[in-house]
Ligand binder design. Structure first.
Ligand code: SOE
Length: 377
């Protein structure tokens, strides 16, 4: 087997999900010719990065990402840092000829995204962005049904991503754990963090979004900043809702918030077509709900398909029919598809260029909310 040496930059929640993907992939995808090797992990605090390396069995550590990128024994750089460092790291990694796996969202804004695309395409390096929900088997199956034309003409696409973890005014902003609340590090709030997932899936399933009309709200206006120790204005959107039009003529409705008491990570989408409808819910991620208008009238109704059979996407790799898999497996699938892409010379979607389309929609959404007008993407 050919080793593929991974250099991970950043080792928070996402660093763990990706590391787990690298470690499991060959156990379940034995046909792969490459084996990811956890070569080095990088973070600024030597003691904590060493503790992470020990726990996950990384061979070495770095405390300066430029050193990691400069190493000859690193083949692929995995960027798991806050959003405001994605561009700088990705551009340097591309210039050093490394393959790149970048956490979502691609960048802080489309201008940064454009420079990242230019860098990877000029260097000709393999690149992908971790929009992991595409690789939930039930979501991949939704894609198959749409592509087979089973829904017919699509009229409506609706998605939500609801959480409730920032309701308390005492939650600070900034720092390693809470950079998502700090606009300088995150670029935006729920739009770039949560709606970006919904938009990525929507574009994948239903094509390009052309126009948007959005509203955002920041419910808690000031929070203590972990780095300055002072109360600072909150610059992110706590909640965002938008209407849109897709290129195929269908209408979209999206909502995301961190203030939906009782919801922890309720990502749902529903698609309504002329011949049928589809519905999916992250809290029940192994099920795809399907309504087929072609069914005999008196038996017509929503079917809840338990996506766990060998003929379902990715499921022949796991257990026996009826036994489900979960969130962490989406990352294993993404690593498997990444390695397959290297082996076949095919692009690994979403590429930086694909993810830039999501970035442009997010940008149009935020502009629409601040200017209170429809925006063309
Ligand atoms: C935020 O809470 C978050 O962890 C996102 O950053 C992830 O992308 C999402 O998948 C789950 O929620």
């Amino acid at each position: 087997m050919k080793p593929l040496n991974i250099g991970l930059i950043g080792y928070g929640f996402m660093g763990r999900t990706h590391s787990n993907g690298y470690k499991r992939v060959n156990d379940f995808f034995p046909e792969l010719e490459h084996r990811p090797v956890l070569k080095a992990v990088c973070g600024r605090n030597a003691e904590s990065v060493q503790a992470f390396a020990d726990q996950w069995q990384y061979e070495s550590i770095e405390t300066d990402w430029r050193k990691l990128i400069g190493r000859d024994d690193i083949d692929a750089v995995d960027i798991c840092t806050p959003n405001n460092s994605h561009a700088e790291i990705a551009i340097a990694a591309a210039q050093a000829g490394k393959m790149i796996l970048c956490e979502k969202p691609l960048a802080l804004n489309p201008a940064e995204g454009e420079k990242m695309i230019e860098a990877v395409e000029k260097a000709g390096v393999v690149n992908t962005v971790w929009y992991n929900y595409r690789r939930v088997p039930a979501v991949t199956m939704a894609k198959q049904l749409v592509d087979q034309g089973r829904l017919g003409r699509i009229f409506h696409y609706r998605a939500n991503f609801l959480q409730d973890w920032t309701i308390s005014e005492d939650v600070p902003q900034g720092g390693a754990a809470l950079w998502r609340l700090d606009v300088a590090a995150a670029g935006s709030g729920v739009t770039g963090d949560l709606l970006a997932h919904c938009i990525d899936t929507a574009i994948w399933l239903n094509g390009s979004i052309t126009n948007v009309s959005a509203m955002t709200e920041t419910f808690v206006k000031e929070r203590m900043h972990t780095e300055t120790g002072k109360m600072e204005p909150v610059g992110i959107d706590d909640a965002c809702a938008f209407l849109c039009r897709f290129e195929n003529g269908s209408l979209g409705l999206f909502e995301s918030t961190r203030y939906a008491r009782g919801h922890k990570a309720l990502y749902t989408f529903e698609i309504n077509g002329e011949k049928g409808s589809l519905r999916w819910d992250l809290h029940d991620l192994h099920r795809l709900e399907w309504f087929d208008h072609a069914d005999e009238g008196r038996l017509r109704g929503w079917r809840s398909i338990h996506v766990t059979d060998g003929e379902h996407p990715y499921m022949d790799k796991w257990w026996v029919p009826g036994l489900q898999i979960g969130y962490e497996h989406t990352f294993v699938h993404q690593v498997a598809d990444f390695l397959k892409g290297i082996e076949s010379g095919q692009k690994v979607h979403p590429t930086f260029r694909d993810a830039q389309e999501t970035q442009r929609v997010c940008d149009a959404v935020l502009t629409s909310a601040s200017e209170k007008s429809w925006q063309t993407v």
